[in-house]
Design a protein around this ligand. Structure first.
Ligand code: ATP
Ligand code: PRP
Ligand code: MG
Length: 207
């Protein structure tokens, strides 16, 4: 049995064509099903539906053989105990700093709200900027509006969320897309099945 960890929402939806290329069709829709283990059209493949940020953990511990996770999540998780063989080029966005549109230039020690604590810490340290990082779990865009932070580090796609909250993007930290990750032991023990899957995913990417 191969177990693949995915989060519901955009990653699941954009992963469907990759899975289909490998003959994998989930038998239920995670958007409506309450099941966390989804059987598929292939008797030897199941999906586990988990929070996006939990995907590296499940794969690292071998609770799933493979997973699909955003580079933002992988960077923040920060583990070398995973293979990352494929950039699936889905769920593309940018990790950016953003500030209030009327904000003055940031100087001195700044306060930064984000759910990407480690990534933000590393980013500002590399720039030599003194930053106090405030960990949030969502709605980062609110922080500059209520005086919680001078700046946020968050994902930007269309920019609609920033604009709707009178914020504007400042600096690009990294371009983000979702990656296929593989448990290291599974790569050895289930090599044939996983190598075959990788080939099929690569075929989808090359089209
Ligand atoms: P949760 O609701 O569990 O907190 P989440 O917000 O992390 O989940 P998603 O919004 O599905 O879950 O994001 C999953 C991944 O998709 C992110 O890690 C990122 O790589 C990518 N992503 C997030 N927002 C966008 C977006 N607006 N456009 C494109 N890709 C995005
Ligand atoms: C994500 C992200 C940003 C927004 C950026 O939120 O956290 O808030 O998308 O996209 P945009 O530039 O196109 O507006 P998401 O839609 O995943 O909602 P969430 O808060 O439930 O994670
Ligand atoms: Mg989201």
């Amino acid at each position: 049995m191969l177990t693949i960890a995915v989060s519901k929402g955009r990653i699941f939806e954009e992963a469907v064509p990759f899975l289909a290329e490998a003959g994998i069709t989930p038998l239920e829709d995670p958007a409506t099903s309450r099941k966390l283990i989804l059987p598929t059209s292939r008797a030897d493949v199941q999906l586990v539906i988990i929070r996006a940020t939990d995907v590296p953990t499940f794969v690292e511990y071998g609770a799933a053989d493979l997973g699909i996770a955003g580079k933002d999540v992988l960077l923040e998780h920060g583990s070398d105990n995973l293979y990352e063989p494929l950039d699936l080029n889905i769920a593309r966005c940018r990790l950016m700093t953003a500030v209030h549109k009327d904000a003055p230039a940031l100087t001195g020690r700044i306060r930064v709200a984000t759910k990407y604590v480690k990534t933000a810490q590393r980013y500002f340290a590399d720039l030599g900027v003194q930053a106090e990082i405030i960990k949030l779990y969502g709605s980062m865009e609110l922080a500059p509006l209520v005086g919680l932070a001078d700046c946020i580090v968050d994902l930007v796609d269309t920019g609609n969320t920033l604009r709707a909250n009178n914020l504007e993007p400042r600096d690009l930290i990294m371009n983000i897309s979702s990656r296929l990750v593989v448990n290291k032991a599974a790569m050895k023990m289930k090599n044939r099945a996983i190598a075959e899957l990788l080939r099929q995913f690569e075929h989808t990417l090359s089209r």
